[in-house]
Design a protein around this ligand. Structure first.
Ligand SMILES: *Cc1c(COP(=O)(O)O)cnc(C)c1O
Length: 837
């Protein structure tokens, strides 16, 4: 499907050194890149030089697919998905690109012949941490699956100079270190100095008469900065499709303000450029108590404005008039962070392209779709009207007008129901008037979805009930998924090879439902033994890595009980700590009959301003320090905190877990994706009926899942009828003794006050009902221990988890979006080149 021109401009496959997939071509290109790009030869190259050369060698091969994809999309006018996300938690690129190109094995062999260790080279890569956790990781999985499913797509976001902080643990406390990920260069991105857009802030709006004598509005911003594009190709699994991740960097409009320069204010001129660059400087950690940061709103508008301007440019360059914009593009909002795009598209159509309100709204509304990610009221974004007025005066006018027309519709439909009008308004009235970004996103979109069945139901019946009354057809569910390429093939090569060998093919990697074929082998003792050996080897790898990084020694024979995710009270890491303390007390009292040897492993970052979450980290490390130094219990239990949980480290953790802790209070976790990754790697889940746990349990079978705790409905009912956590504390002597042990100072060198904020909160408020679920959790953990003692039974359950987890591939999620929400079709670029096999 390439134009004649493209035949010449794109290097052909075959033995071309820079695109060929043979071992010889890889070796030659690697040495060329080492010499010509890094300026080194083999004998003096540092590990980082070797990594860069390997990265450029891989990128050379990506670019070929990418340029071809771009040409086909352009000439075929394919409908394109634009994914707008303030976060992309990408993880290292090199290994997934080698897998997706089908040359992982060849690269291993090529490295060996050059006397190099590919594993060590892969270890060199520093991951771009441009996201906080689940939401950003979802965006990254979706980009990969969009390419794998061959759907034309562009991901838009921010090229933060500093991503999520690196976590160190000092004296048991979390310490944040800046993540200077660009320090050594980023071989995966291609700067596009010609793709730049101006973005305004502040100033005023005014009416004027255009050349046809019509009165129109325009915005005169006080400050204008530029956004410049940096492109990263994202290749699909063994497809020729490579989609584009386009991230924007902020810069001054020109590096010198000449007027200031001429009047001698040299430093003043430089200052403006520094101010502009601040906008894409740093990713905000989420879960901060007061999120109303002006810079964050500036960031959101910055990337949204660049992205919408870019789409309009692409449209005018290829398809033509803007009347057909909604046929060419569908924009998916990943949460409300990019919701301003609705208003920005309106502004550009109205003010810059002189469209009528009706036509502009029709196009806008048909273009947008919105994914909700949270029901927690404190996590729903609002911005003060006064900040809006100061920063984005034209957008505030447009929001008022959107709201006026929308509320008229509500009034017509629900005569006299002014309470409803208040609830649905885009503006929250009160001592301080605020713009409700979620309401804006719902009103501006033709489709709204939650990220798991339970969550989507709660979105419809609780969070946006008023909107669902008005527009029932607007609400959908698309359950999240994760990419098996990263979280199985790359993270767990031993398991992947065993699966491929057992099934006799590797088609499961692109069609994960095929894992079902494993069920036929579930009773095969030989296969079970191999399955256990794979898990054991992954545990040994983790043990070794933990010992190197934390000095904690774990026993690979013990049950690896893992909770790894962002720290938040609703995720209830403290519930697991109470179980650790219970086991400790039991062993000290000689009651070990119900136990199995366990390694309690924790990992995750806390938002720097979230005091309670940081105290939970300190508590885990404090409990660990006591337990790990008590020889009386060390044959039974150990506690480990894995520092700096990021994508790279997560890939060491998921394969090594026996037990996956998904213990949030029911109704609070929108979906979770960690739950899927653990299951894919053969861990069994202990979990509540929350988020996607519900569907995972349905899929793998209730008998292969450890369920405990209140349902969302029960939790809500208890909240309504009055929850009194102190009654649980008073009435359950074991619970009381676990909490009292924390308060005794045993874990804090006699300091009886250190953990009081946490224990007092549990006893007196306990907003996430830890105490109400404590007993059910401990009972369930006893069942876990009993089951683990029966190795064969455990192995069968583990195999069933993997065999039935196919639904939770992000490929399935993307196909659902494509069919039900986006209405886009795959666009095949080229026959797949079979390699490696
Ligand atoms: C998958 C993932 C998450 C999300 O974990 P949940 O258990 O769903 O909260 C967070 N951080 C990283 C690094 C991940 O890979």
């Amino acid at each position: 499907m390439s134009t004649p021109n493209s035949q010449e401009s794109v290097p052909r496959t075959g033995e071309h050194t820079r695109t060929g997939l043979s071992k010889a071509a890889l070796k030659q290109d690697f040495l060329d890149n080492l010499f010509y790009i890094q300026g080194r030869f083999r004998e003096v190259a540092s590990p980082h030089d070797l990594y860069m050369a390997a990265a450029f060698t891989t990128r050379d091969r990506l670019l070929k697919h990418w340029v071809e994809s771009a040409q086909v999309f352009k000439t075929s006018h394919a409908r394109t998905v634009c994914y707008l996300s303030a976060e992309y938690l990408l993880g290292p690129h090199l290994a997934t690109n080698l897998v997706n190109l089908g040359i992982m094995e060849t690269a291993h062999e090529a490295s060996k012949e050059l006397g190099l260790d590919l594993e060590a080279i892969l270890e060199e890569e520093e991951e771009p941490g441009l996201g906080n956790g689940g939401l950003g990781r979802l965006a990254a999985c979706f980009m990969e699956s969009l390419s794998t499913c061959q759907i034309p797509a562009i991901g838009y976001g921010i090229r933060y100079e500093f991503g999520i902080f690196d976590q160190a643990i000092e004296d048991g406390w979390q310490v944040e270190k800046t993540d200077n990920w660009l320090r050594n260069g980023n071989p995966w991105e291609i700067p596009r100095p010609r793709i730049r857009f101006a973005v305004g802030y502040g100033g005023y709006t005014e009416s004027y008469r255009d050349e046809r004598g019509q009165t129109r509005r325009r915005w005169q911003p006080a400050l204008v900065i530029n956004g410049m594009a940096y492109d990263t190709p994202i290749l699909g699994y063994r497809t020729a499709n490579a989609n584009l991740l386009r991230l924007w960097k902020a810069e001054a409009t020109c590096s010198f303000d000449f007027q200031a320069f001429n009047t001698g204010d040299y430093y003043g001129a430089v200052h403006a450029s520094i101010q502009a660059e601040t906008i894409s400087k740093v990713l905000y950690p989420n879960d901060e108590p007061e999120a109303g940061k002006e810079l964050r709103l500036k960031q959101q508008y910055f990337f949204v404005s660049c992205s919408v301007q870019d789409m309009i440019r692409l449209h005018l360059n290829t398809v033509g008039p803007l009347e057909t914009f909604a046929e060419k593009f569908v924009i998916q909002l990943n949460d409300t962070h990019p919701a301003l795009a609705v208003v920005e598209l309106m502004r550009l159509l109205l003010d810059e392209h002189a469209m009528s309100w009706e036509q502009a709204w029709d196009i806008t509304h048909r273009t947008f779709c919105y994914t909700n990610h949270t029901l927690l009221p404190e996590a729903l974004e609002t911005w003060s009207v006064s900040l809006f007025e100061r920063l984005l005066p034209r957008h505030l006018e447009l929001i008022y007008e959107i709201n006026r027309r929308f509320l008229d519709e509500v009034r017509m439909r629900f005569l006299g129901d002014e309470a409803r009008v208040w609830r649905m308004s885009l503006i929250a009235e009160g001592s301080e008037r605020r713009v409700r970004m979620a309401n804006l996103a719902v009103v501006g979109s033709r489709a709204v979805n939650g990220v798991a069945k339970l969550h989507s139901k709660l979105v419809k019946t609780m969070l946006f009930k008023d909107f669902a009354d008005l527009w029932p057809d607007r609400f959908h569910n698309v359950t999240n998924g994760v990419t098996p390429r990263r979280f199985m093939v790359v993270a767990n090569p031993r398991l992947s090879k065993l699966i491929t060998r057992t099934c006799g093919h590797d088609h499961w990697i692109r069609d994960l439902e095929l894992l079902r074929e494993l069920e036929a082998h579930v009773d095969d003792a030989g296969f079970q033994a191999e399955w256990r050996a794979v898990k054991y080897a992954a545990k040994r790898d983790l043990v070794e890595w933990m010992q190197q990084t934390t000095d904690i020694r774990l026993d690979p024979e013990s049950l690896f009980d893992v909770q790894a995710k962002r720290f938040h009270e609703y995720k209830r890491q403290h519930l697991k700590v109470l179980h650790v303390i219970r086991c400790y007390q039991q062993i000290k009292q000689g009651q070990t009959q119900d136990l199995v040897p366990r390694a309690f492993i924790f990992g995750g970052k806390a938002a720097p301003g979230y005091f309670m979450a940081k105290l939970m980290i300190k508590l885990i490390n404090a409990v660990g320090a006591v337990i790990n130094n008590d020889p009386q219990v060390n044959g039974w239990i150990r506690v480990a905190f894995l520092p700096n949980f990021n994508v790279k480290n997560s890939q060491r953790l998921y394969p090594a877990a026996d037990l996956s802790e998904q213990i949030s209070l029911a109704g609070k976790e929108a979906s979770g994706t960690g739950n899927m990754k653990f299951s894919m790697n053969g861990a069994l889940t202990i979990g509540t009926l929350d988020g996607a746990n519900v569907e995972i349990r349905e899929a793998v079978g209730a008998e292969n899942f450890f369920l405990f705790g209140m349902t969302a409905e029960e939790a809500l009912q208890r909240q309504i009828t009055g929850y009194r956590p102190w009654e649980f504390y008073q009435n359950d002597p074991e619970l009381k003794s676990d909490i009292d042990l924390i308060n005794s100072g045993l874990f804090s060198h006699g300091d009886t006050q250190l953990f009081r904020p946490l224990t007092d909160n549990l006893i007196n408020h306990d907003p996430f009902m830890v105490l109400a679920d404590y007993r059910a959790y401990l009972d369930c953990q006893k069942t876990v221990s009993d089951t683990y003692k029966d190795r064969e039974r455990w192995t069968r359950m583990s195999i069933f988890n993997v065999a039935r987890i196919g639904r939770f591939s992000s490929d399935r999620a993307i196909r659902e979006y494509a069919e039900h929400i986006w209405k886009v079709e795959p666009r095949v670029i080229d026959p797949v080149t079979e390699v490696d096999s």
